[in-house]
Design a protein around this ligand. Structure first.
Ligand code: HEM
Length: 449
């Protein structure tokens, strides 16, 4: 039963709670229906466990920005915590260890050139490998998804481990395979049951596959960590991992061992999806701004309002991390006039902000005009929050922005991407998961010039 002044929601069944209200394959439509019935702040029961779902820009800002510290926790009793079993940043609860890791990660990313030329060079180096792959595919049909996964993961590998991997390298393919398997479990009904029914956690059920896969990828990453330990010169870091080892030594000297020896298991998989839009207008702008230049730099974005609008609109429609990462309340608080107790799991439905009526000129269609004013200048509405908002907002936003801009501009400058005639109509229905991804799709590539 809902406590007094708790956010409203659908009637709750014994044991199952509201599980039958949600399609585990993709609950986004169900969550939208519930928002229409119960308003922008409502509650659900996953089995016996209550959660509060936040929708729309007003409630989202009240929680994540105005009452930031009260909504900045992370739930600790889920399959995700048990599988990853690391402190780090993403899954750590609000507190000293999270704050230290986040500060360290941001500082180190900056030291390795985020916002400076060297990170741009790393991205451009990786794009050269993509160009080579595309050059070899001219005139043929290819499925580009794995290629884009590899680009994004190689850029982060260069920062973390100081190395890139060939697209068929065993290390990367095994890690991507493990992460894919793990996310499949996280997104399925077994994860929901694990979270709701603690007594089944030790039984030999399908969620154990996630534990096996994390062990496999951890072993590979541990090998890399040991190599680093054996070959590093303290105080002269080659990459993020060396910086982490240096920091651990410093922290140990000061005998406040809050930074753990666990390694980041975060491999960014940001997929560039191709939407049918006026690519010609992007290409015209690119040709004009880059005339006489070898390659684009991140600063060129200020001269490319249309390209910027297309990238932001792609992100708005693609809605990659649609339910953000679950938060939890750090103390008893209030939201939209409702009482919410400490420790409550909070789900941010970012889709409802990215497609909110009244916030966008064209909320439900792909239209770069959502980010252009009457003078054709680029503008970013307040409701553009694909990276969330507040103290927990995405730590990799700067890197992701740089990658999206440089990769899209460089590839559109050089290639034509064509939907094959015999491929039927494109199916834009996303595959639901921790990230929303497009269904595998074919494309043809031609040189532009
Ligand atoms: C287009 C690509 C990306 C999108 C849309 C995205 C989106 C998000 C979202 C929605 C969150 C949850 C924020 C919250 O809990 O309120 C998040 C957290 C996070 N992201 Fe990203 N992200 C992207 C790329 C990256 C990259 C490339 C990195 C690594 C450099 C990264 C690192 C992180 C980390 C460490 C957190 C946890 C922050 C914390 O808990 O304090 N992300 N991201």
């Amino acid at each position: 039963r809902r406590p007094k002044n708790f956010p409203p929601g659908p009637p709750v069944l014994p044991i199952l709670g509201n599980l039958l209200h949600l399609n585990p394959q993709n609950p986004l439509e169900d969550l939208e229906k519930l928002r229409k019935s119960y308003g922008n702040v409502y509650s659900l029961f996953l089995g016996p466990k209550p959660i509060v779902v936040i929708n729309g820009v007003k409630a989202m800002k009240e929680a994540m920005v105005i009452k930031a510290a009260e909504f900045a926790g992370r739930p600790q009793d889920t399959i995700v915590n048990d599988v990853f079993d690391v402190k780090g940043v993403i899954l750590a609860d609000y507190g000293t260890s999270w704050r230290e890791h986040r500060r360290f990660a941001l500082m180190t990313l900056r030291n390795f050139g985020l916002g400076k030329k060297s990170m741009e060079d790393r991205i451009h180096d990786e794009i050269q490998h993509t160009i080579k792959t595309l050059d070899e595919s001219i005139g043929r049909t290819l499925c580009p998804q794995v290629m884009f996964h590899n680009v994004a993961s190689n850029i982060i590998c260069q920062v973390l481990f100081g190395t890139r991997y060939e697209y068929d390298d065993e290390f990367v393919t095994t890690i991507i395979q493990c992460v894919t398997e793990i996310t499949k479990i996280f997104n399925g009904p077994w994860a929901m049951l694990y979270d709701c029914l603690p007594f089944i956690r030790n039984l030999p059920l399908p969620f154990n596959k996630a534990f096996k896969n994390i062990k496999r990828s951890s072993d590979l990453v541990l090998r890399l960590l040991n190599e680093h330990k054996n070959t590093r010169t303290p105080g002269e870091p080659r990459d993020f991992l060396d910086c982490y080892l240096d920091e651990m030594e410093k922290v140990c000297e000061n005998s406040q061992i809050t930074i753990s020896d666990d390694i980041l298991h975060y491999f960014s998989v940001s997929t560039v999806s191709l939407y049918e839009t006026d690519k010609k207008q992007c290409q015209q702008e690119i040709d004009q701004v880059l005339e006489g230049k070898d390659q684009a730099c991140f600063d060129d974005r200020h001269q490319m309002p249309y390209m910027q609008a297309v990238i932001h609109e792609s992100q708005r429609i693609a809605n990659t991390v649609s339910l953000s990462i679950f938060h939890c309340t750090t103390k008893d608080t209030e939201l939209a006039g409702y009482s919410i107790p400490k420790g409550m799991m909070i789900v941010q439905n970012l889709s409802t902000v990215l497609k909110e009526e009244g916030q966008w000129k064209y909320p439900h269609e792909f239209n770069p005009d959502n980010f252009l004013n009457d003078q054709g200048e680029f503008v970013k509405p307040d409701a553009f929050i694909p990276f969330s908002a507040g103290p927990r907002m995405c730590l990799g936003e700067g890197l992701a922005r740089m990658e999206l801009f440089l990769i899209m501009v460089t590839l559109l400058r050089k290639f034509k991407f064509i939907w094959p005639e015999d491929a039927g109509k494109p199916d834009y229905t996303p595959i639901f998961g921790v990230t929303l991804t497009p269904k595998p799709y074919p494309m043809k590539v031609q040189h532009r010039l």
